[in-house]
Design a protein around this ligand. Sequence first.
Ligand code: GAL
Length: 457
Amino acid sequence: MGFKKDFIWGAATASYQVEGAAYKDGKGLNIWDVYCKQPGNVFEDQNGDVACNQYELYKEDVQLMKELNIKAYRFSINWARIIPEGTTAFGGTVNEAGIDYYNRLIDELIANGIEPFITLYHWDLPYELQVKGGWLNDQIVDWFAEYATLIAKRFGDRVKNYFTVNEPEVFLGLGYREGTHAPGLKLGDREFMRCVHNMLKAHGAAVRALRANCPQPVKIGMAPTGAFCYPETESPEDIAAAKEAMFAMDKNPTGAIWNFALVCDPVMLGHYPDSAIENFKDVMPEITEEDMKLISEPVDFFGFNLYNGVMTKMGKDGKPERVKRYDGFPKTAIQWPVTPEAIRWATRFLYERYGKPIYITENGMSCHDWVALDGKVHDPNRIDFYHRYLIELKKSAEEGTDIEGYFAWSLMDNFEWTNGYHDRFGIIYVDYPTQKRIVKDSGYWYRDMIAENGENL
Ligand code: GAL
């Protein structure tokens, strides 16, 4: 017992965070290229222009993955690199140089025995599409389908696994509602819920486009995130409380977007939760039966990104209650709590709700890493973090949750959005001035754990 024999042990990155080459070979601008250039948006006004320069150093990175026993690489396509204006609908073209880059990367991965997992959208919307309204424009459903079709036609002969969108909660919640991520909008309720519905339709359209245009059967899912709750004890009451709290719908879209039920029930169950319909009936766009059919186009697995959760218990009044964290509760460098139990209960709750095999599409932590006097990067906290979370994930697998794979976030240190290069999440250290990579102790730990398929946890 433990992890499945053919368990997918992977590592993840995202295009804007690692590629660099922001102005090379005909790539178009995306919303992060533009957002980072507005002073004050990002820590020390940093940007992803160069990042880890994976665009040029991909071969070295693939060799490192191989050295670390990594079986799958989850990376995203930079939409504006392959369709600089986002769509050909208004006279835009396909950028063959961009396609060539991903072909080289995919071929290099496969030649080294590493399975490519493509994320279609990890937040870098082509700027030209943002000018036209981005996710608020209903036409984004067609734009995204065109983009997915191109990916299917050009890469689908070799790539068998896809995630449509990464964390819509973040790119809509922070990007379009709270205004703290690109493109920095603060939309009202009605406009915001329209974006949510458009995003869901775009997801469904991409699922259809991938299935119709990939020359082989492929597996498709999403990579959402959300607020996770886990029980204080294993009493049936606390478990029920945690589950209830996790799917309880906030009345305000700003909070509701973080609820798995709002984003994932439509996709996985074919309908918005009743509580969302009730709370947002006055601000929802018109929803047709056709829309719901499109949104719930069958997927193959349920992927999600998990970093932490909230301990919950059943209160005396029979309502779920958040358990206050004790003083000095363990925290990562980015100040996120360390809550390994969250991964056990989240996989269980989401498997019970949606019934599809689970992928952890991201999990990991930021540390205060630097190169030690001995030239190595020692990150015992990160090793302990992975160790603890993977013990809990294994428990969940042993309790009957169907778990197919796990991707560490991240393969390497990279551009951490508005935190710039301040936070390091990699199992490989990147010395940005020289672009030198150094495998951290946690990278070697991950390698050895993979070699044993987690039996040594
Ligand atoms: C996720 C995101 C990643 C990465 C990670 C660590 O929300 O998908 O791109 O930044 O968090 O913060």
